[in-house]
Unconditional design. Structure first.
Lengths: 80, 575
Protein backbone atom coordinates (compact mmCIF):
# COMPACT_ATOMS: atom_id res chain seq x y z
CA UNK A 1 0.00 0.00 0.00
CA UNK A 2 1.56 3.30 -1.05
CA UNK A 3 1.53 6.47 1.01
CA UNK A 4 -1.52 8.00 -0.69
CA UNK A 5 -3.56 4.86 -0.12
CA UNK A 6 -2.57 4.74 3.55
CA UNK A 7 -3.50 8.38 4.07
CA UNK A 8 -6.83 7.98 2.31
CA UNK A 9 -7.52 4.86 4.38
CA UNK A 10 -6.76 6.84 7.53
CA UNK A 11 -9.39 9.42 6.55
CA UNK A 12 -11.89 6.63 5.90
CA UNK A 13 -11.20 5.24 9.37
CA UNK A 14 -11.67 8.70 10.88
CA UNK A 15 -15.03 9.27 9.20
CA UNK A 16 -16.29 5.66 9.31
CA UNK A 17 -14.89 4.31 12.59
CA UNK A 18 -16.80 1.02 12.25
CA UNK A 19 -15.26 0.15 8.88
CA UNK A 20 -12.93 -2.87 8.75
CA UNK A 21 -9.53 -2.45 7.14
CA UNK A 22 -10.26 -5.00 4.42
CA UNK A 23 -13.49 -3.16 3.52
CA UNK A 24 -11.75 0.11 2.75
CA UNK A 25 -10.23 -0.70 -0.70
CA UNK A 26 -13.66 -1.52 -2.12
CA UNK A 27 -15.67 1.07 -0.14
CA UNK A 28 -18.12 3.17 -2.10
CA UNK A 29 -21.27 5.22 -1.63
CA UNK A 30 -23.33 2.19 -2.61
CA UNK A 31 -21.47 -0.40 -0.51
CA UNK A 32 -21.16 1.56 2.73
CA UNK A 33 -24.44 2.35 4.50
CA UNK A 34 -22.86 5.03 6.66
CA UNK A 35 -21.67 6.94 3.57
CA UNK A 36 -24.54 9.47 3.46
CA UNK A 37 -24.42 13.07 2.25
CA UNK A 38 -23.08 14.42 5.56
CA UNK A 39 -20.41 11.72 5.75
CA UNK A 40 -19.49 12.44 2.13
CA UNK A 41 -18.81 16.12 2.82
CA UNK A 42 -16.96 15.19 6.01
CA UNK A 43 -14.84 12.62 4.18
CA UNK A 44 -13.84 15.02 1.41
CA UNK A 45 -13.11 17.76 3.96
CA UNK A 46 -10.98 15.30 5.92
CA UNK A 47 -9.11 14.37 2.73
CA UNK A 48 -8.69 18.02 1.76
CA UNK A 49 -7.17 18.71 5.16
CA UNK A 50 -4.92 15.62 5.08
CA UNK A 51 -3.56 16.34 1.61
CA UNK A 52 -3.69 20.14 1.81
CA UNK A 53 -5.78 20.39 -1.36
CA UNK A 54 -9.10 21.90 -2.42
CA UNK A 55 -11.71 19.83 -4.24
CA UNK A 56 -13.84 21.33 -6.98
CA UNK A 57 -17.62 21.26 -6.60
CA UNK A 58 -17.86 18.62 -9.34
CA UNK A 59 -15.40 16.43 -7.40
CA UNK A 60 -18.07 16.04 -4.74
CA UNK A 61 -20.23 14.33 -7.35
CA UNK A 62 -17.56 12.07 -8.83
CA UNK A 63 -15.42 10.98 -5.89
CA UNK A 64 -17.80 8.34 -4.64
CA UNK A 65 -15.49 5.41 -3.90
CA UNK A 66 -12.11 4.67 -2.37
CA UNK A 67 -10.48 3.70 -5.73
CA UNK A 68 -11.80 6.86 -7.42
CA UNK A 69 -10.51 9.03 -4.60
CA UNK A 70 -7.04 7.44 -4.64
CA UNK A 71 -6.84 7.72 -8.43
CA UNK A 72 -7.96 11.36 -8.35
CA UNK A 73 -5.41 12.33 -5.72
CA UNK A 74 -2.55 10.46 -7.42
CA UNK A 75 -3.30 12.05 -10.77
CA UNK A 76 -4.19 15.62 -9.79
CA UNK A 77 -2.03 16.05 -6.72
CA UNK A 78 0.96 13.70 -7.12
CA UNK A 79 3.07 15.82 -4.76
CA UNK A 80 0.44 16.28 -2.06
CA UNK B 1 -7.84 21.64 16.29
CA UNK B 2 -8.14 20.23 12.79
CA UNK B 3 -11.11 18.25 11.55
CA UNK B 4 -9.07 15.04 11.51
CA UNK B 5 -7.84 15.64 15.05
CA UNK B 6 -11.45 16.18 16.14
CA UNK B 7 -12.54 12.93 14.47
CA UNK B 8 -9.69 11.07 16.16
CA UNK B 9 -10.71 12.42 19.59
CA UNK B 10 -14.34 11.43 19.00
CA UNK B 11 -13.42 7.94 17.85
CA UNK B 12 -11.13 7.40 20.84
CA UNK B 13 -14.03 8.01 23.25
CA UNK B 14 -16.67 5.86 21.55
CA UNK B 15 -16.32 3.09 24.12
CA UNK B 16 -16.38 5.44 27.14
CA UNK B 17 -19.46 5.78 29.33
CA UNK B 18 -22.24 8.12 28.31
CA UNK B 19 -21.75 11.62 29.65
CA UNK B 20 -24.96 13.26 28.45
CA UNK B 21 -26.35 15.12 25.48
CA UNK B 22 -25.64 18.66 24.31
CA UNK B 23 -27.82 20.50 21.82
CA UNK B 24 -26.47 22.58 18.96
CA UNK B 25 -29.20 24.88 17.63
CA UNK B 26 -28.46 26.71 14.40
CA UNK B 27 -30.22 27.51 11.15
CA UNK B 28 -27.46 26.24 8.86
CA UNK B 29 -26.25 22.68 8.32
CA UNK B 30 -24.06 22.15 11.40
CA UNK B 31 -21.69 19.68 9.67
CA UNK B 32 -18.10 20.25 10.91
CA UNK B 33 -19.26 22.50 13.76
CA UNK B 34 -20.96 19.46 15.32
CA UNK B 35 -17.73 17.46 15.02
CA UNK B 36 -15.51 20.20 16.40
CA UNK B 37 -17.95 21.14 19.18
CA UNK B 38 -18.17 17.52 20.26
CA UNK B 39 -14.38 17.14 20.24
CA UNK B 40 -13.85 20.32 22.29
CA UNK B 41 -16.55 19.22 24.78
CA UNK B 42 -14.86 15.82 25.09
CA UNK B 43 -11.52 17.52 25.68
CA UNK B 44 -13.06 19.69 28.42
CA UNK B 45 -14.50 16.76 30.37
CA UNK B 46 -12.57 15.67 33.40
CA UNK B 47 -14.45 12.36 33.65
CA UNK B 48 -13.29 11.31 30.14
CA UNK B 49 -16.82 10.14 29.31
CA UNK B 50 -18.34 10.17 25.83
CA UNK B 51 -21.15 12.55 24.94
CA UNK B 52 -23.56 13.14 22.12
CA UNK B 53 -24.68 16.22 20.24
CA UNK B 54 -28.22 16.68 18.96
CA UNK B 55 -29.20 19.26 16.40
CA UNK B 56 -32.36 20.20 14.58
CA UNK B 57 -33.29 20.77 10.96
CA UNK B 58 -31.89 23.12 8.35
CA UNK B 59 -33.35 26.63 8.17
CA UNK B 60 -35.46 26.61 11.34
CA UNK B 61 -33.44 28.15 14.15
CA UNK B 62 -36.52 29.08 16.18
CA UNK B 63 -37.92 25.55 15.88
CA UNK B 64 -34.54 24.08 16.78
CA UNK B 65 -34.35 26.21 19.92
CA UNK B 66 -37.84 25.02 20.91
CA UNK B 67 -36.73 21.47 20.20
CA UNK B 68 -33.65 21.95 22.39
CA UNK B 69 -35.87 23.12 25.27
CA UNK B 70 -37.91 19.91 24.97
CA UNK B 71 -34.83 17.68 24.72
CA UNK B 72 -33.04 15.99 27.57
CA UNK B 73 -29.86 17.94 26.84
CA UNK B 74 -27.73 19.19 29.72
CA UNK B 75 -26.67 22.36 27.88
CA UNK B 76 -27.24 24.10 24.56
CA UNK B 77 -25.26 26.16 22.08
CA UNK B 78 -27.25 28.56 19.90
CA UNK B 79 -25.35 29.86 16.87
CA UNK B 80 -26.95 32.81 15.10
CA UNK B 81 -26.21 34.03 11.62
CA UNK B 82 -27.74 36.93 9.71
CA UNK B 83 -29.75 34.49 7.59
CA UNK B 84 -31.55 33.39 10.77
CA UNK B 85 -32.58 36.98 11.48
CA UNK B 86 -33.82 37.41 7.92
CA UNK B 87 -33.25 34.81 5.19
CA UNK B 88 -32.66 37.65 2.73
CA UNK B 89 -29.43 38.38 4.60
CA UNK B 90 -28.11 34.88 3.80
CA UNK B 91 -26.53 33.52 0.62
CA UNK B 92 -29.09 30.91 -0.23
CA UNK B 93 -32.12 33.26 -0.52
CA UNK B 94 -33.29 35.06 -3.63
CA UNK B 95 -35.48 37.75 -2.17
CA UNK B 96 -33.47 40.56 -3.74
CA UNK B 97 -31.76 43.54 -2.16
CA UNK B 98 -33.92 46.35 -3.48
CA UNK B 99 -34.59 49.49 -1.45
CA UNK B 100 -38.04 48.21 -0.55
CA UNK B 101 -36.60 44.87 0.51
CA UNK B 102 -33.96 46.49 2.67
CA UNK B 103 -36.57 48.67 4.35
CA UNK B 104 -38.67 45.59 4.94
CA UNK B 105 -35.70 43.71 6.41
CA UNK B 106 -35.08 46.52 8.89
CA UNK B 107 -38.76 46.69 9.79
CA UNK B 108 -39.18 42.95 10.29
CA UNK B 109 -36.02 42.21 12.30
CA UNK B 110 -37.39 43.43 15.66
CA UNK B 111 -40.24 40.93 15.52
CA UNK B 112 -37.83 38.14 14.59
CA UNK B 113 -35.56 39.09 17.49
CA UNK B 114 -38.56 39.08 19.84
CA UNK B 115 -39.50 35.54 18.78
CA UNK B 116 -35.93 34.31 19.19
CA UNK B 117 -35.63 36.03 22.58
CA UNK B 118 -38.78 34.34 23.82
CA UNK B 119 -37.51 30.92 22.68
CA UNK B 120 -34.04 31.43 24.15
CA UNK B 121 -35.53 32.62 27.44
CA UNK B 122 -37.52 29.37 27.73
CA UNK B 123 -34.42 27.36 26.81
CA UNK B 124 -32.38 29.21 29.45
CA UNK B 125 -34.95 28.18 32.06
CA UNK B 126 -34.21 24.53 31.28
CA UNK B 127 -30.43 24.44 30.81
CA UNK B 128 -27.37 26.68 30.44
CA UNK B 129 -27.27 28.27 27.01
CA UNK B 130 -24.37 29.83 25.12
CA UNK B 131 -25.44 32.15 22.31
CA UNK B 132 -22.95 33.00 19.56
CA UNK B 133 -23.80 36.21 17.67
CA UNK B 134 -23.51 36.35 13.87
CA UNK B 135 -19.91 36.03 12.76
CA UNK B 136 -20.33 36.13 8.99
CA UNK B 137 -20.33 39.40 7.05
CA UNK B 138 -23.56 40.93 5.88
CA UNK B 139 -24.19 40.63 2.15
CA UNK B 140 -22.88 43.63 0.16
CA UNK B 141 -26.11 45.60 0.52
CA UNK B 142 -24.65 48.86 1.77
CA UNK B 143 -24.61 51.84 -0.57
CA UNK B 144 -21.05 52.62 0.51
CA UNK B 145 -17.68 51.12 -0.42
CA UNK B 146 -16.67 48.20 1.80
CA UNK B 147 -14.32 50.32 3.90
CA UNK B 148 -17.20 52.61 4.89
CA UNK B 149 -20.11 51.55 7.10
CA UNK B 150 -23.53 52.20 5.62
CA UNK B 151 -26.49 53.42 7.66
CA UNK B 152 -28.31 50.19 6.89
CA UNK B 153 -25.48 48.05 8.26
CA UNK B 154 -25.20 50.21 11.37
CA UNK B 155 -28.94 49.99 11.97
CA UNK B 156 -28.80 46.20 11.67
CA UNK B 157 -25.85 46.10 14.07
CA UNK B 158 -27.72 48.35 16.51
CA UNK B 159 -30.74 46.05 16.52
CA UNK B 160 -28.45 43.07 17.02
CA UNK B 161 -26.60 44.72 19.93
CA UNK B 162 -29.88 45.55 21.69
CA UNK B 163 -31.05 41.95 21.22
CA UNK B 164 -27.80 40.51 22.61
CA UNK B 165 -27.97 42.84 25.61
CA UNK B 166 -31.45 41.55 26.43
CA UNK B 167 -30.23 37.97 26.08
CA UNK B 168 -27.23 38.56 28.36
CA UNK B 169 -29.63 39.61 31.11
CA UNK B 170 -31.73 36.44 30.88
CA UNK B 171 -31.17 33.79 33.56
CA UNK B 172 -29.13 30.87 32.26
CA UNK B 173 -28.12 32.61 29.03
CA UNK B 174 -24.50 33.52 28.25
CA UNK B 175 -23.54 35.50 25.17
CA UNK B 176 -20.29 34.48 23.50
CA UNK B 177 -17.89 37.29 22.60
CA UNK B 178 -18.56 38.12 18.99
CA UNK B 179 -16.02 36.68 16.57
CA UNK B 180 -15.69 37.52 12.90
CA UNK B 181 -15.12 34.74 10.42
CA UNK B 182 -12.11 35.72 8.31
CA UNK B 183 -13.87 34.51 5.22
CA UNK B 184 -17.23 33.03 4.45
CA UNK B 185 -16.80 29.60 2.81
CA UNK B 186 -19.11 30.50 -0.06
CA UNK B 187 -18.55 27.25 -1.91
CA UNK B 188 -19.39 25.06 1.09
CA UNK B 189 -22.33 27.29 2.01
CA UNK B 190 -23.88 27.03 -1.44
CA UNK B 191 -23.09 23.32 -1.80
CA UNK B 192 -23.76 21.97 1.68
CA UNK B 193 -25.33 24.84 3.66
CA UNK B 194 -22.31 25.10 5.98
CA UNK B 195 -20.83 28.61 5.95
CA UNK B 196 -17.62 28.38 8.00
CA UNK B 197 -14.05 27.53 7.01
CA UNK B 198 -12.86 24.71 9.31
CA UNK B 199 -10.37 26.89 11.29
CA UNK B 200 -13.15 29.33 12.13
CA UNK B 201 -15.56 26.54 13.05
CA UNK B 202 -12.85 25.27 15.38
CA UNK B 203 -12.41 28.69 17.01
CA UNK B 204 -16.18 29.10 17.41
CA UNK B 205 -16.58 25.60 18.90
CA UNK B 206 -13.75 26.33 21.31
CA UNK B 207 -15.40 29.58 22.46
CA UNK B 208 -18.79 27.92 22.88
CA UNK B 209 -17.25 25.23 25.09
CA UNK B 210 -15.31 27.77 27.13
CA UNK B 211 -18.53 29.68 27.80
CA UNK B 212 -20.68 26.61 28.49
CA UNK B 213 -18.20 24.60 30.57
CA UNK B 214 -16.54 27.21 32.73
CA UNK B 215 -14.17 26.08 35.42
CA UNK B 216 -15.02 27.44 38.88
CA UNK B 217 -13.45 30.87 39.31
CA UNK B 218 -10.57 31.43 41.69
CA UNK B 219 -11.54 33.14 44.92
CA UNK B 220 -8.47 35.09 45.97
CA UNK B 221 -5.38 36.83 44.64
CA UNK B 222 -2.22 37.38 46.63
CA UNK B 223 0.06 40.03 45.23
CA UNK B 224 3.66 41.01 45.73
CA UNK B 225 4.33 44.77 46.10
CA UNK B 226 7.78 45.85 44.87
CA UNK B 227 8.03 45.85 41.07
CA UNK B 228 4.55 44.33 40.96
CA UNK B 229 1.85 46.48 42.57
CA UNK B 230 4.21 49.40 42.04
CA UNK B 231 7.52 50.06 40.32
CA UNK B 232 10.54 50.24 42.58
CA UNK B 233 11.67 48.80 45.91
CA UNK B 234 9.85 50.78 48.58
CA UNK B 235 12.46 49.89 51.21
CA UNK B 236 15.15 51.53 49.09
CA UNK B 237 13.49 54.44 47.27
CA UNK B 238 11.00 55.29 50.00
CA UNK B 239 7.23 55.64 50.01
CA UNK B 240 7.26 58.57 47.59
CA UNK B 241 9.81 56.91 45.33
CA UNK B 242 7.63 54.04 44.13
CA UNK B 243 5.35 54.81 41.19
CA UNK B 244 2.58 53.45 38.97
CA UNK B 245 1.71 56.27 36.59
CA UNK B 246 2.02 57.33 32.99
CA UNK B 247 4.03 60.32 34.16
CA UNK B 248 6.73 58.03 35.55
CA UNK B 249 6.53 55.57 32.63
CA UNK B 250 5.29 52.94 35.05
CA UNK B 251 1.65 52.87 33.99
CA UNK B 252 1.74 49.07 33.56
CA UNK B 253 1.74 48.84 37.37
CA UNK B 254 -1.15 51.34 37.43
CA UNK B 255 -3.10 49.12 35.05
CA UNK B 256 -2.45 46.15 37.35
CA UNK B 257 -3.68 48.18 40.35
CA UNK B 258 -6.85 49.08 38.46
CA UNK B 259 -7.35 45.42 37.61
CA UNK B 260 -7.05 44.48 41.27
CA UNK B 261 -9.54 47.23 42.18
CA UNK B 262 -11.94 45.82 39.58
CA UNK B 263 -11.49 42.28 40.91
CA UNK B 264 -12.14 43.49 44.47
CA UNK B 265 -15.39 45.09 43.30
CA UNK B 266 -16.36 41.68 41.92
CA UNK B 267 -15.80 40.01 45.29
CA UNK B 268 -12.30 38.61 44.75
CA UNK B 269 -10.26 38.45 47.95
CA UNK B 270 -7.01 40.39 47.70
CA UNK B 271 -4.06 39.79 49.99
CA UNK B 272 -0.50 41.09 50.11
CA UNK B 273 2.68 39.09 50.56
CA UNK B 274 5.86 41.15 50.49
CA UNK B 275 9.39 40.93 51.82
CA UNK B 276 9.47 44.36 53.47
CA UNK B 277 9.06 46.19 56.75
CA UNK B 278 5.37 46.27 57.63
CA UNK B 279 5.47 49.91 58.75
CA UNK B 280 6.79 51.20 55.44
CA UNK B 281 4.35 49.02 53.51
CA UNK B 282 1.43 50.39 55.51
CA UNK B 283 2.64 53.90 54.80
CA UNK B 284 2.92 53.20 51.07
CA UNK B 285 -0.51 51.56 50.91
CA UNK B 286 -1.95 54.67 52.58
CA UNK B 287 -0.94 56.83 49.60
CA UNK B 288 -4.03 58.58 48.30
CA UNK B 289 -3.07 58.16 44.67
CA UNK B 290 -3.24 54.35 44.79
CA UNK B 291 -5.63 53.11 42.07
CA UNK B 292 -7.36 50.66 44.40
CA UNK B 293 -8.68 51.01 47.91
CA UNK B 294 -6.12 49.84 50.48
CA UNK B 295 -9.16 48.61 52.43
CA UNK B 296 -9.61 45.91 49.80
CA UNK B 297 -6.21 44.40 50.65
CA UNK B 298 -6.63 41.97 53.54
CA UNK B 299 -4.58 40.55 55.05
CA UNK B 300 -1.28 42.33 54.40
CA UNK B 301 1.77 40.26 55.27
CA UNK B 302 5.05 42.16 55.07
CA UNK B 303 8.06 40.57 56.75
CA UNK B 304 11.32 38.85 55.93
CA UNK B 305 10.17 35.27 56.21
CA UNK B 306 9.51 32.98 53.26
CA UNK B 307 6.64 33.91 51.01
CA UNK B 308 5.25 30.39 51.25
CA UNK B 309 4.88 30.81 55.03
CA UNK B 310 3.14 34.17 54.63
CA UNK B 311 0.83 32.73 52.00
CA UNK B 312 0.03 29.83 54.32
CA UNK B 313 -1.16 32.35 56.90
CA UNK B 314 -3.23 34.25 54.33
CA UNK B 315 -4.92 31.01 53.21
CA UNK B 316 -5.72 30.26 56.85
CA UNK B 317 -7.25 33.70 57.33
CA UNK B 318 -9.30 33.33 54.18
CA UNK B 319 -10.05 29.70 55.03
CA UNK B 320 -9.74 28.61 51.42
CA UNK B 321 -7.55 26.07 49.68
CA UNK B 322 -4.47 26.91 47.63
CA UNK B 323 -6.10 25.78 44.39
CA UNK B 324 -8.61 28.64 44.71
CA UNK B 325 -5.87 31.25 44.78
CA UNK B 326 -3.62 33.10 42.33
CA UNK B 327 -0.23 34.44 43.45
CA UNK B 328 1.39 37.22 41.39
CA UNK B 329 5.06 38.14 41.82
CA UNK B 330 7.80 39.57 39.59
CA UNK B 331 10.38 37.08 40.90
CA UNK B 332 10.36 33.59 39.30
CA UNK B 333 12.24 32.13 42.26
CA UNK B 334 9.60 33.33 44.73
CA UNK B 335 6.89 31.91 42.50
CA UNK B 336 8.63 28.54 42.43
CA UNK B 337 9.12 28.51 46.20
CA UNK B 338 5.40 29.13 46.69
CA UNK B 339 4.40 26.63 43.99
CA UNK B 340 6.36 23.85 45.68
CA UNK B 341 5.03 24.67 49.15
CA UNK B 342 1.39 25.08 48.06
CA UNK B 343 0.57 22.58 45.31
CA UNK B 344 -2.43 23.69 43.30
CA UNK B 345 -1.87 27.41 43.67
CA UNK B 346 -1.75 29.33 40.38
CA UNK B 347 1.50 31.30 40.21
CA UNK B 348 1.69 34.09 37.63
CA UNK B 349 4.75 36.14 36.81
CA UNK B 350 4.36 39.92 36.76
CA UNK B 351 6.38 40.85 33.64
CA UNK B 352 7.63 44.18 34.96
CA UNK B 353 9.69 45.08 31.88
CA UNK B 354 7.11 44.15 29.25
CA UNK B 355 3.90 46.26 29.20
CA UNK B 356 2.46 44.11 26.42
CA UNK B 357 2.88 41.02 28.58
CA UNK B 358 1.29 42.88 31.51
CA UNK B 359 -1.75 43.49 29.30
CA UNK B 360 -1.79 39.75 28.61
CA UNK B 361 -1.59 39.06 32.36
CA UNK B 362 -4.67 41.22 32.97
CA UNK B 363 -6.58 39.13 30.42
CA UNK B 364 -5.38 35.96 32.13
CA UNK B 365 -6.61 37.31 35.48
CA UNK B 366 -10.01 38.02 33.93
CA UNK B 367 -10.21 34.36 32.88
CA UNK B 368 -9.10 33.17 36.34
CA UNK B 369 -11.80 35.12 38.18
CA UNK B 370 -14.57 35.61 35.62
CA UNK B 371 -17.98 34.06 36.34
CA UNK B 372 -21.26 34.09 34.40
CA UNK B 373 -23.23 36.05 36.98
CA UNK B 374 -22.14 38.31 39.82
CA UNK B 375 -24.13 37.77 43.02
CA UNK B 376 -24.73 39.81 46.15
CA UNK B 377 -22.68 37.27 48.14
CA UNK B 378 -19.63 38.03 46.00
CA UNK B 379 -19.61 41.61 47.20
CA UNK B 380 -20.02 40.54 50.83
CA UNK B 381 -17.05 38.16 50.81
CA UNK B 382 -14.24 40.57 51.67
CA UNK B 383 -16.18 42.14 54.55
CA UNK B 384 -17.17 38.78 55.98
CA UNK B 385 -13.56 37.52 55.91
CA UNK B 386 -12.56 40.59 57.89
CA UNK B 387 -15.44 39.96 60.30
CA UNK B 388 -14.30 36.38 60.82
CA UNK B 389 -10.81 37.58 61.60
CA UNK B 390 -12.24 40.06 64.10
CA UNK B 391 -14.26 37.28 65.70
CA UNK B 392 -11.13 35.17 66.05
CA UNK B 393 -9.35 38.11 67.68
CA UNK B 394 -12.22 38.81 70.08
CA UNK B 395 -12.42 35.39 71.68
CA UNK B 396 -9.96 32.66 72.46
CA UNK B 397 -12.67 30.12 71.93
CA UNK B 398 -14.57 31.79 69.10
CA UNK B 399 -16.89 28.84 68.75
CA UNK B 400 -18.15 28.89 72.34
CA UNK B 401 -21.95 29.30 72.58
CA UNK B 402 -21.54 32.14 75.06
CA UNK B 403 -19.44 34.08 72.63
CA UNK B 404 -21.64 33.24 69.65
CA UNK B 405 -24.68 34.61 71.49
CA UNK B 406 -22.97 37.98 71.70
CA UNK B 407 -22.86 38.13 67.90
CA UNK B 408 -26.64 38.61 67.73
CA UNK B 409 -26.73 36.25 64.79
CA UNK B 410 -29.76 35.76 62.58
CA UNK B 411 -30.18 32.63 60.47
CA UNK B 412 -32.70 32.51 57.63
CA UNK B 413 -33.63 29.12 56.23
CA UNK B 414 -35.30 29.46 52.83
CA UNK B 415 -37.27 26.32 51.85
CA UNK B 416 -38.98 27.83 48.80
CA UNK B 417 -36.75 26.14 46.15
CA UNK B 418 -36.69 29.27 44.04
CA UNK B 419 -35.43 28.50 40.49
CA UNK B 420 -34.26 32.09 40.12
CA UNK B 421 -31.78 31.64 42.98
CA UNK B 422 -28.46 30.87 41.25
CA UNK B 423 -26.45 31.07 44.44
CA UNK B 424 -27.56 27.69 45.80
CA UNK B 425 -26.24 25.73 42.81
CA UNK B 426 -23.08 27.81 42.75
CA UNK B 427 -22.40 26.89 46.39
CA UNK B 428 -22.92 23.18 45.75
CA UNK B 429 -20.57 23.25 42.79
CA UNK B 430 -17.72 25.15 44.36
CA UNK B 431 -17.65 24.22 48.05
CA UNK B 432 -15.11 21.58 49.10
CA UNK B 433 -14.54 21.58 52.84
CA UNK B 434 -17.97 21.39 54.43
CA UNK B 435 -19.34 19.16 51.70
CA UNK B 436 -21.33 15.97 52.29
CA UNK B 437 -19.76 13.98 49.46
CA UNK B 438 -18.10 16.28 46.92
CA UNK B 439 -20.78 15.56 44.32
CA UNK B 440 -21.51 18.35 41.83
CA UNK B 441 -24.78 18.97 39.97
CA UNK B 442 -25.28 19.98 36.33
CA UNK B 443 -27.69 22.89 35.87
CA UNK B 444 -30.27 20.75 34.03
CA UNK B 445 -30.20 18.16 36.83
CA UNK B 446 -30.59 20.96 39.39
CA UNK B 447 -33.74 22.15 37.64
CA UNK B 448 -35.15 18.64 37.68
CA UNK B 449 -34.59 18.57 41.45
CA UNK B 450 -36.47 21.87 41.84
CA UNK B 451 -39.39 20.54 39.77
CA UNK B 452 -39.58 17.36 41.87
CA UNK B 453 -42.27 17.57 44.57
CA UNK B 454 -40.29 15.28 46.87
CA UNK B 455 -37.31 17.65 46.93
CA UNK B 456 -36.35 19.29 50.21
CA UNK B 457 -34.10 22.31 49.75
CA UNK B 458 -32.80 24.62 52.45
CA UNK B 459 -30.77 27.69 51.57
CA UNK B 460 -29.31 29.24 54.73
CA UNK B 461 -28.40 32.92 55.03
CA UNK B 462 -26.62 34.44 58.00
CA UNK B 463 -25.96 37.88 59.41
CA UNK B 464 -24.73 39.20 62.73
CA UNK B 465 -23.51 42.45 64.24
CA UNK B 466 -20.49 42.36 61.93
CA UNK B 467 -22.69 42.36 58.88
CA UNK B 468 -24.33 39.90 56.50
CA UNK B 469 -22.63 36.83 55.05
CA UNK B 470 -25.47 36.28 52.57
CA UNK B 471 -26.45 32.79 51.44
CA UNK B 472 -23.77 30.51 52.81
CA UNK B 473 -25.20 26.99 53.11
CA UNK B 474 -27.35 24.65 51.04
CA UNK B 475 -28.93 21.37 52.00
CA UNK B 476 -30.63 19.32 49.27
CA UNK B 477 -32.51 16.09 49.76
CA UNK B 478 -35.74 14.29 49.20
CA UNK B 479 -38.63 13.25 51.41
CA UNK B 480 -40.48 10.07 50.58
CA UNK B 481 -42.84 8.17 52.88
CA UNK B 482 -41.73 10.23 55.86
CA UNK B 483 -38.06 9.48 55.25
CA UNK B 484 -35.63 12.32 54.56
CA UNK B 485 -32.48 11.58 52.60
CA UNK B 486 -29.91 14.34 52.20
CA UNK B 487 -27.99 14.04 48.92
CA UNK B 488 -26.02 17.31 49.06
CA UNK B 489 -25.01 19.55 51.93
CA UNK B 490 -22.47 22.32 51.65
CA UNK B 491 -21.52 25.37 53.70
CA UNK B 492 -19.19 28.16 52.75
CA UNK B 493 -15.96 28.28 54.75
CA UNK B 494 -16.86 31.90 55.59
CA UNK B 495 -19.63 30.59 57.83
CA UNK B 496 -17.56 28.13 59.85
CA UNK B 497 -17.52 28.25 63.67
CA UNK B 498 -20.98 29.79 63.96
CA UNK B 499 -22.98 26.57 64.50
CA UNK B 500 -24.92 27.34 61.35
CA UNK B 501 -24.79 23.64 60.43
CA UNK B 502 -26.51 22.78 63.73
CA UNK B 503 -29.25 25.32 63.01
CA UNK B 504 -29.69 23.95 59.49
CA UNK B 505 -30.11 20.35 60.64
CA UNK B 506 -32.44 21.44 63.43
CA UNK B 507 -34.47 23.34 60.83
CA UNK B 508 -34.62 20.26 58.60
CA UNK B 509 -36.04 18.09 61.38
CA UNK B 510 -38.70 20.70 62.05
CA UNK B 511 -39.55 21.56 58.46
CA UNK B 512 -39.81 17.92 57.35
CA UNK B 513 -41.27 16.79 60.68
CA UNK B 514 -38.93 13.84 60.33
CA UNK B 515 -37.92 11.31 62.96
CA UNK B 516 -34.68 10.45 61.20
CA UNK B 517 -32.42 11.85 58.50
CA UNK B 518 -30.15 9.78 56.27
CA UNK B 519 -27.09 11.29 54.59
CA UNK B 520 -25.49 10.25 51.29
CA UNK B 521 -22.11 10.79 52.91
CA UNK B 522 -18.79 10.04 51.26
CA UNK B 523 -15.38 11.00 52.61
CA UNK B 524 -13.30 13.11 50.24
CA UNK B 525 -9.76 14.47 50.42
CA UNK B 526 -11.19 17.85 51.37
CA UNK B 527 -14.33 17.40 53.51
CA UNK B 528 -12.64 17.02 56.90
CA UNK B 529 -14.76 19.84 58.44
CA UNK B 530 -17.95 17.95 57.62
CA UNK B 531 -16.48 14.70 58.91
CA UNK B 532 -15.63 16.42 62.20
CA UNK B 533 -19.19 17.77 62.44
CA UNK B 534 -20.57 14.26 61.92
CA UNK B 535 -18.23 12.90 64.58
CA UNK B 536 -19.42 15.58 67.03
CA UNK B 537 -22.99 14.37 66.53
CA UNK B 538 -22.05 10.70 66.65
CA UNK B 539 -23.02 10.12 63.02
CA UNK B 540 -21.09 7.18 61.60
CA UNK B 541 -21.67 4.33 59.20
CA UNK B 542 -24.32 1.94 60.46
CA UNK B 543 -24.38 -1.81 59.93
CA UNK B 544 -25.78 -1.27 56.42
CA UNK B 545 -23.14 1.38 55.63
CA UNK B 546 -25.62 4.28 55.74
CA UNK B 547 -25.14 7.44 57.80
CA UNK B 548 -28.21 8.42 59.82
CA UNK B 549 -29.23 10.43 62.86
CA UNK B 550 -32.51 10.34 64.70
CA UNK B 551 -34.23 13.49 65.88
CA UNK B 552 -33.77 12.44 69.49
CA UNK B 553 -30.12 11.70 68.88
CA UNK B 554 -29.61 15.09 67.29
CA UNK B 555 -31.34 16.96 70.10
CA UNK B 556 -29.20 15.10 72.60
CA UNK B 557 -25.91 15.91 70.88
CA UNK B 558 -26.68 19.27 69.30
CA UNK B 559 -25.99 21.57 72.23
CA UNK B 560 -26.81 25.27 72.21
CA UNK B 561 -28.33 26.89 69.14
CA UNK B 562 -27.19 30.47 69.65
CA UNK B 563 -28.93 32.38 66.84
CA UNK B 564 -32.38 33.67 66.02
CA UNK B 565 -33.90 31.63 63.18
CA UNK B 566 -36.47 32.54 60.53
CA UNK B 567 -37.92 30.14 58.01
CA UNK B 568 -39.11 31.14 54.56
CA UNK B 569 -41.41 28.84 52.64
CA UNK B 570 -43.68 29.42 49.65
CA UNK B 571 -46.19 30.86 52.05
CA UNK B 572 -43.55 32.89 53.88
CA UNK B 573 -43.93 31.65 57.45
CA UNK B 574 -41.67 32.20 60.38
CA UNK B 575 -41.26 30.66 63.76
Amino acid sequence: MNNTKERVALCFTNVFPAIKQDEIPKASVTSLAAWNSIAHVTLLSSLAEEFGVDFEIEDFETLVSYPLIVEHLEQKFPDA
Amino acid sequence: MTLNQALTIINSRRESGEGGIYYLACGFEPLHLTTLLRAHLLESRVDRKNLDIQHGVYGDLRGNIDSAARSGAIAAAVVLEWGDIDPRLGLRASGGWSSETKADILASCPQRYAHLESAIEKLGERMPVAVAPPSLPLPPIGNTIRAQSSVLELELEQQLAAFLLRLARLPGVRVVQRQRAEALDVRMELMAGFPYPVPFADALANSLVKVLCQTPPKKGLITDLDDTLWSGLVGEVGVKGVSWSQEHHTQAHGLYQQMLGHLASCGVLLGVCSKNELSIVEEALARKDLYLSAESLFPVHANWGTKSAAIGRILKTWNIAADSVVFVDDNPMELEEVRVAHPGITCLLFPKKDPTAVWGLLGELRDCFGKPVLMDEDRLRQASIRASAQIQEMADDAASPEFLRTLQGKVTLDWSADPADKRALELINKTNQFNLNGLRIEEAEWRRHLDDESTVLAVASYEDKFGPLGKVAVLLGSQRAGKVTVSHWVMSCRAFSRRLEHHTLDGLFQQADAGEVEFAFAATDRNQPLQEFFESLGISAGADGSHRISRAGFEEQCGVLPHQVSSLTNKLTSK
